[in-house]
Every structure is written in C-alpha cells, then in structure tokens.
Design a binder for this molecule. Structure first.
Ligand SMILES: Cc1ncc(COP(=O)(O)O)c(C=O)c1O
Length: 211
C-alpha cells in the first residue's frame, strides 16, 4: 500500500493548488487503485485560501464518495496557535469494524509516541468552536483574511512570478504567494512587509490592511 499525501489548500510553499478538474482526476485514480494507493490529506490552511468550506471541499467529496482516507488538520494558522500543537487527525473507514481496529491502533501509537497531548491550545479551540458567538467571530475574522479573486496588498508587494522560468504556475492563494526563488525574499521592501524569513513561509497573520 502506498500512502500519497496531498495538501488540500494554500499549498506550502508554492501556493499552487489543484483545480477542481485535477482533484476529480485524483479521486478517479484513488478509485481505480483502491487497495493499492491510500490518500492522506494535510489541511493546514483551512479558511485561509478560499474559505472554510471551499478549502476542504475535496475532503468532503472523498467522504461523500465513500472513500477511505486520513485527514490531518492543523490549527496553528487558522487559530493563530503556533507552538501549541493543536490539530486533529481523522481516519475515514469503510465500516464500523475497520474504524474500531484503526482507532485502537491509533491509540497505541499515541501512547508510544507522546502519550498525553498538550491541552491548553486544544481547549482554546474547543471553547471557540463550542460557542456560537465566538465561532461566528472567528469565522468572520478568518474570512477577512481571504480575499478571493483579488490580489492582496502583500501579494502585490511579493516578488512572485506569474509565469516563472522555473514553474509555469501561478499562486492560487493570497496567503502563499509563489516565489520563484527564496533569494528574492531579500527584495521585499522592509517598510512594507517584514513578515517573511529566509528559511520559512511568509506569515501574513500580522499584516495590516494597506501595509
Ligand atoms: C502544509 C503544512 N502542513 C502542516 C504544517 C504543520 O503544522 P503544525 O504547526 O500544526 O505542525 C505546516 C506548517 O507550516 C504546513 O505548511
């Protein structure tokens, strides 16, 4: 069995996401190669590319089609909780029996690996998602971070290439503008944006409108 890992939205580091048509081909491939290929989804930017629902549409489609898969969610970005290790992992299984077996294997692995996860960040996320008012506020703030079909201020100032010599793709996410070379990061005017380091992703969480 071969496990294939896909980032669902705001691909890091290119910002180049699969189109709906490309995802459909991926889904067909997994259907054809069932028992041979297994999909794993890495969802680290839900709500930061096109929207909370749009960014996980492919995961829901796999689920609707009765596919088995693993999906890993990180809340480092969409809750601004870097360093708190907040996330979740779901395994979609074909039957209750398989789910029960997978669950006990996962619990064993958890016990061997880290035993008890950090709880503080998870409690923050749980408090927000479990309260209608806080959840609506969070959704609103997150929606403010995405501006579909509209180049963000930051993107305007990023030295991303629309058709680079290296890759003929453009970024489909404001939050992960495609940079043709990390060396170009040095060209970002520091009075406009000082939110990217040479060896990591751009972090736009602190960016202010117009800056
Ligand atoms: C695509 C992707 N997946 C996963 C992660 C890891 O997230 P976490 O902070 O929860 O370890 C990152 C972090 O940059 C990421 O970009």
């Amino acid at each position: 069995m071969l496990f294939l890992l896909f980032q669902v939205a705001a691909h890091n580091p290119t910002g180049v996401d699969l189109t709906d048509g490309e995802w459909d081909r991926v889904l067909s491939l997994f259907k054809e190669r069932k028992g041979d290929l297994f999909p794993v989804f890495d969802s680290a930017y839900q709500g930061l590319a096109k929207g909370l629902d749009e960014d996980v549409a492919i995961v829901r489609k796999f689920h609707k089609e009765g596919m088995e898969f693993i999906v890993c969610n990180s809340h480092s970005k969409n809750f601004g909780l870097y360093g708190e290790r907040v996330g979740s992992c779901f395994v979609a299984c074909e039957s209750a029996e398989i789910a029960s077996n997978v669950s006990s294997r996962c619990q064993l692995r958890i016990r061997w690996n880290y035993s008890v996860p950090p709880l503080f960040g998870a409690r923050i996320v749980s408090a927000i998602l479990g309260d209608a008012k806080l959840r609506a506020e969070w959704e609103q703030e997150l929606a403010g971070e995405t501006r579909p079909n509209q180049p963000s201020e930051a993107k305007n100032h990023m030295p991303y290439t629309s058709s680079s010599d290296h890759m003929p793709y453009t970024s489909s996410s404001d939050h992960m503008p495609y940079t043709s070379s990390l060396e170009l990061v040095g060209a970002v005017p520091t009075d406009i944006l000082v939110l990217i380091s040479h060896d990591h992703d751009p972090n736009l969480a602190g960016a202010k409108a117009g800056k």
